[in-house]
Structures are given as C-alpha cells and as structure tokens.
Design a binder for this molecule. Structure first.
Ligand code: BDR
Ligand code: CA
Length: 312
C-alpha cells in the first residue's frame, strides 16, 4: 500500500476523494492536512475531522494548515458551490476530536522525513501548505515518493476564468514553488476532470447504500450537483478531487503526457499552468521552463471505468 497525506479544503468533491481513499486497499491515509479554498481553513479542519468521524477513522490525525496564500489574501469561500458549511448546507454538529498541535507543514515534514521514499502527497486544494513544507525542509523534494495533485488546466480553459483552475489560482506563488521543486509530480487537472462526469443515475446509487459514508455523500450532493447542472447545461456532477485518487489507484485507466510546466503568477492569466507542448522558434529555457523536470499531465481517461471504480 502507498502511504498518502491528503491536503484538502472540504468541500463536496474533497469529501468523495477522502472517502474513496479511505476505502481503497491500495492506499493508506496517514493524515489529512487542511487548507483554505472552498471554505476557510478553520472550517476545512472541522470538516476533515467530521469526515473522519463519519468514516469511523478518527484514528487518522488532522493537522491544520495555513489560513492564507503565501503572498496575498484569501479570496474567500464559495458557498454557492459547496455550501456555507462546505458540506452542501447540511450543518453537521461540531466534531468530537481536535486537530493535532502541529501545523500542516510541520506534520508533512515530520512524516516525510520519518519515512523517506514512502509517503506521497495528494493536494486537492490550493498548494500553500505544500510550499510551506518545502520551505521548512527543502529535502522533502527528494524524500517524498510522489505528488499527485488536483489542479490546473493545461490544454483546456480554466474554471475560475478562461486561464485558471481554482486551486492554482488561489495561491499561484505556492503552485509555482510546488511545480518547480523537481520531484515526481502529476497534475490531475481540468483537462481530464471536466470529462469525468457522474450521471444522475450513478449519483442515486449513494442513496441506495446504507453505509454511513454513502449516506453522507447523498446528503451533501444536491447543492453541488445543482451548481454543476447550471455550469454544464445538463445533468451531471464534477469529480475533480476523486479523480486524483482514481489516478493513484488505477493509472492504467488514464492517458498522460510529460511536459515542462510553468505557473503564471501575475496578470490576466494568473494561475495558468502553461505547458510546453511542441518545438517552437525559441527554446523553452528562454521563458523559464525547466526541460529537465517535466510534469506528468493527465489528459484523458476511460471515464466509465473510472466512475465504476469510484462507485464500487
Ligand atoms: C477544485 O476546486 C475546488 O472547488 C474543488 O474542491 C477542487 O479541488 C476544482 O477546480
Ligand atoms: Ca478541493
């Protein structure tokens, strides 16, 4: 099994990702770290604790992360997508447990240093905690097994604006640090996640299961699904964060390419994940692309098989 730390801003699709990872025999979740994004960091922490309680896995530690991006203020929550509570406005009672005393970055550094080569990081929110962990201990770039993140839009448009996907847009400076660290990094971004849509019939299957986690999913989904319907103009649900877990478990269901990648931190395309795809008149190095450290970019998937795996 692969040991993972999920860095998360739960969030409805984060909820699916966390439950999916907890169910998988291929993965061992050694901790959750919280970050602002869909909700503020404090609420993200509370939700992470709540989700572990629902899954009966309160043995897994939660470390609270930073409350804001590295170099800018937090742009604020998105209650119209994930609810005021980040859980589709179902307003759960407070969690019983508390986060551990370490910060997210401290927890990541301690775990990775204690198990070199064994722990993979799975960021499914803005990349601030991961950048802070790299600042705290740059060697983690060699000690982490791999990074598989949900974020970015390489060959397709963004979802915050035409350029940028939300997780990268929310802390582009952190994303720049994380993509430049020279580690084994895979980007599961909108190129693939906008293709993996769950249908109404498939969504209904959560209600039919009496597992606590499935019941919770069916309770939190309506608001998120309604938002997706409006955005798509047809029924269906986005599976952004669980797609990163699916890639880890079933890489053969996905198509990838390796590209030099650079994050834009300024201006109209702030948060854009530019990839160097072909031969141009000038070398990529002239524009700050590192050709020696390519990023694995997930571009396509056997979408039906991926969704089957999630539902199972
Ligand atoms: C990403 O942004 C958040 O709203 C989701 O949880 C996901 O991580 C999609 O752009
Ligand atoms: Ca997320």
């Amino acid at each position: 099994t692969e040991k993972i730390i999920i860095d998360t801003d739960p969030g409805v699709d984060d909820t699916l990702a966390i439950f999916y990872a907890l169910e998988s025999e291929a993965l061992e979740v050694v901790g959750l770290t919280s970050v602002f994004g869909n909700v503020d960091t404090k609420l993200a922490t509370q939700n992470a604790l709540r989700l572990l309680e629902i899954a009966g896995r309160s043995d897994i530690p939660v470390a609270q992360g930073t409350k804001k991006p590295l170099d800018r203020p937090y742009s604020g929550p998105v209650p119209h997508i994930h609810g005021e509570d980040g859980q589709g406005n179902i307003h759960l009672p407070p969690p019983e447990k508390k986060p551990i005393d370490q910060s997210a970055a401290e927890f990541i550094v301690e775990q990775v240093a204690a198990h070199p080569g064994e722990i993979s990081l799975v960021p499914i929110g803005p990349l601030s905690n991961i950048a802070l962990a790299l600042r705290l201990r740059p060697q983690i770039a060699n000690e982490v097994k791999r990074v598989v993140l949900m974020g970015g839009a390489a060959l397709v448009q963004g979802n915050i604006n035409p350029a940028s996907e939300a997780n990268i847009y929310n802390d582009p400076e952190a994303a720049d640090i994380v993509f430049s660290a020279g580690w084994d990094i895979t980007m599961v971004g909108l190129d693939v996640t906008h293709k993996i849509l769950m249908s109404q019939d498939q969504i209904a299957r959560f209600e039919q299961s009496n597992k606590k986690t499935s019941q919770h999913i069916s309770n939190v989904l309506p608001l998120y699904v309604e938002f997706a319907h409006k955005a798509l103009g047809k029924p269906g649900m986005y599976l952004h964060d669980p797609s990163a877990i699916a890639y880890m478990i079933n890489p053969s269901l996905f198509e990838t390419q390796q590209y030099p990648l650079k994050v834009e931190t300024q201006g109209i395309s702030r948060g854009k994940t530019w990839v160097w795809t072909q031969t141009m008149d000038f070398p990529p190095e002239n524009f700050g692309f590192d050709v020696d450290h390519k990023v694995t970019v997930v571009l396509d998937a056997d979408c039906d098989a991926v969704i089957d795996s999630m539902l199972e």
